[in-house]
Design a protein around this ligand. Structure first.
Ligand SMILES: Nc1ncnc2c1ncn2[C@@H]1O[C@H](COP(=O)(O)OP(=O)(O)O)[C@@H](O)[C@H]1O
Ligand SMILES: [Mg+2]
Length: 327
């Protein structure tokens, strides 16, 4: 049985409104996440993954703005929260880690103090207790010589260590949800797998749900319980990881899987999806993927005219493709 929803997103839209026009970065997203669940959010660069992640924490900055939809987290309406409540939520309820760990660390503060800070300000720990806890957290994220490393400055860490520290900070207050936006993209390939395994292990240990944002669908196969595929500001397919990999229903997901390098096997040439993502500053009346879709010629004009709704493949698996509506 599925656990009660921790996060429930309906019709969420985040637009950038400038003199040049309106860019629909997130345009009607529905998403559900259960407690402790790992969701892989995948899609090509520019599909709106980062803006969606920021929207969930209400961190989109002007000219960006949430223009529609609801975000329910742990039973509370995030879109209606005042500044104090949302600040507390970001501290204790939801954590986030980003692609560039170093830019999120303060270069002039020792890392032990950076980990201790939220424990003091949000959890009310004493300075001494927080310092001890910071060392324990460094050990938990696999930093050798944690006691000495706590006194180091960010520039003394490798990229992988910096991301481990970010994970320690983000999980220090045991949030119910962690959003990790391409957390390993800037790291060496060998380090990437270790960091992803660590993320999953720490989230499991704390019962923290994880939204793992990545442009690499291969990463999702090993880590996620469920997958949401994003294209042009919308979730075009969503379901359990096994179903999505065994029987992808949306042509875009099929394309992503065909262009993903097969693990442990080297392919000569990857079959990249032809064409580019559409210009999000123009309204798209139909399926945004239609211009790149192999099925479009046999499907007719409906694909260009009408946006397909999320259609069920199985009760837990849905995709926005008109092919699922044709008997
Ligand atoms: N601050 C911004 N101002 C204007 N447009 C933005 C801004 N941030 C993102 N966008 C646009 O929003 C769309 C989605 O971007 P993003 O969420 O970063 O994609 P992804 O994370 O999937 O690569 C892109 O077209 C991008 O150019
Ligand atoms: Mg991004």
């Amino acid at each position: 049985m599925r656990e009660a929803a921790l996060l429930s997103v309906r019709g969420l839209a985040a637009h950038f409104v400038t003199r040049a026009g309106t860019l629909r970065a997130v345009d009607g997203v529905d998403l559900d996440l259960a407690s402790g669940e790992v969701l892989g959010l995948v899609g090509e660069s520019g599909c709106g993954k980062t803006v969606l992640a920021l929207s969930l924490m209400r961190l989109v900055e002007p000219p960006g703005r949430l223009v529609a939809g609801s975000i329910t987290f742990d039973g509370n309406d995030v879109t209606a929260m005042d500044t104090r409540t949302i600040t507390r939520l970001r501290g204790r309820g939801m954590g986030m880690i980003f692609q560039q760990p170093r830019t999120s660390l303060d270069p002039v503060i020792r890392i032990g103090n950076q980990i201790a800070e939220p424990l003091i300000s949000h959890a009310g720990m004493s300075r001494a207790a927080a310092a001890r806890e910071a060392i324990a957290l460094l050990e938990a994220v696999g930093i050798p010589g944690a006691e000495a490393k706590a006194r180091a400055y960010p520039h003394e860490l490798s990229g992988g260590q910096a991301q481990r520290v970010m994970i320690a900070i983000a999980l220090a207050l045991k949030p119910r949800l962690l959003i990790a936006d391409e957390p390993t993209t800037s790291l060496d390939v060998t380090v990437q797998a270790q960091i992803l395994a660590l993320l999953r292990e720490r989230c499991r240990a704390l019962g923290t749900a994880l939204i793992l944002v990545t442009h690499d669908i291969g990463v999702v196969a090993q880590l996620a319980d469920r997958v949401a595929v994003m294209y042009a500001g919308r979730i075009v397919e969503q379901g359990p990881v096994g179903d999505i990999f065994a029987a992808p229903a949306h042509p875009y997901t099929q394309g992503l899987l065909q262009s993903a390098p097969v693990l442990g096997r080297r392919r000569e040439r990857l079959a990249a999806i032809e064409g580019n993502i559409p210009d999000l500053s123009r309204p798209i009346p139909g399926c945004a993927f239609a211009p790149r879709c192999d099925h479009r010629p046999t499907m007719g004009e409906r694909c260009d005219r009408e946006m397909p709704p999320a259609l069920a493949v199985t009760p837990a698996h849905a995709a926005r493709c008109w092919r699922l509506a044709t008997p």
